[in-house]
Design a binder for this molecule. Structure first.
Ligand code: ATP
Ligand code: MG
Length: 241
């Protein structure tokens, strides 16, 4: 069942094109990977999906409902969760309090929200650090917390923005396992430069440059696509963290 359908999404910032007639779909239990060089427009596409940036053209349909003009708040209520390229927790609040705030925002109240928050904390492997202030957590746990906060919203659609960036190989491996566990519950779009992690999870990959699609399809085929290789031109796709 299709959760997200994007058609002909377009947007420029002055002379910079961040989305050039992009179309893609994601179903529940499925992950679409997005790759592209720095500045290609990946995060801007997420900002249009979340309602933080207005597209100049195109349609965004979530669960059959046209959300193109909806506020960011309405989209969150409709089941959109996202993680940020730079983790953005409430630093002074504990990990648990951060997740609880998201659970309450996602429509839970009282015991139900507490239960949901505890469940997500334990699913994301944060139990031992639940009572630590978010700002004191190491990077992997802050990334887990990003995921936990997004999951606490009960998302239908989960947008992950470079969640593996900056982690060691062993940490990337842990994160991939966690994402695999969460995957059946949601439709996922994952922007990632750590392409071997992405290939392990995504059914399909969309490669963009200057906001335009340059290749899409099965991960292996996209990674070998001459247009993709040319853009990365020796830039090591799997640069160590
Ligand atoms: N609100 C904005 N106003 C003006 N320019 C913007 C805005 N948001 C992004 N840009 C520009 O659009 C281009 C694409 O940025 P974006 O953050 O979408 O790239 P990205 O593909 O996510 O890159 P990275 O891999 O480095 O995260 C950049 O040149 C950026 O400076
Ligand atoms: Mg980005």
């Amino acid at each position: 069942m299709t959760v997200l359908a994007v058609t002909n999404l377009s947007r420029r910032f002055g002379a910079i094109t961040v989305a050039d007639n992009l179309s893609f779909e994601v179903a529940q239990g499925e992950c679409l990977g997005i790759i592209g060089p720095n500045g290609a427009g990946k995060t801007s596409v997420f900002n249009m999906l979340t309602g933080n940036v207005k597209p100049e053209a195109g349609r965004i349909v979530l669960d059959g409902k046209d959300m193109t003009g909806a506020t960011a708040h309405a989209r969150t209520k409709a089941g959109l969760g996202r993680t940020y390229q730079v983790p953005q927790p409430f630093g002074r609040l504990t990990a648990f309090e951060n997740v609880l705030a998201a659970a309450v925002f996602g429509g839970g109240a009282g015991h139900a929200a507490q239960h949901r928050a505890r469940d997500v904390i334990s699913r994301t492997g944060l139990k031992a650090r639940a009572d630590k202030p978010a700002e004191s957590l190491p990077l992997l746990d802050r990334k887990r917390l990003e995921l936990a906060r997004a999951m606490a919203l009960r998302p239908r659609l989960l947008l992950l923005d470079e969640i593996a960036g900056g982690l060691t190989e062993a940490e990337v491996h842990e994160l991939v396992e966690l994402i695999q566990e969460l995957k059946p519950d949601v439709a996922m779009v994952w922007i990632e430069h750590v392409t071997h992690a992405l290939s392990a999870v995504a059914e399909r990959i969309l490669a963009i440059n200057f906001g335009a699609e340059i290749a899409s399809g099965l991960p292996d085929a996209v990674m070998r696509d001459p247009a993709v290789l040319e853009i990365y031109m020796g830039a090591v796709l799997d640069a160590p963290a």
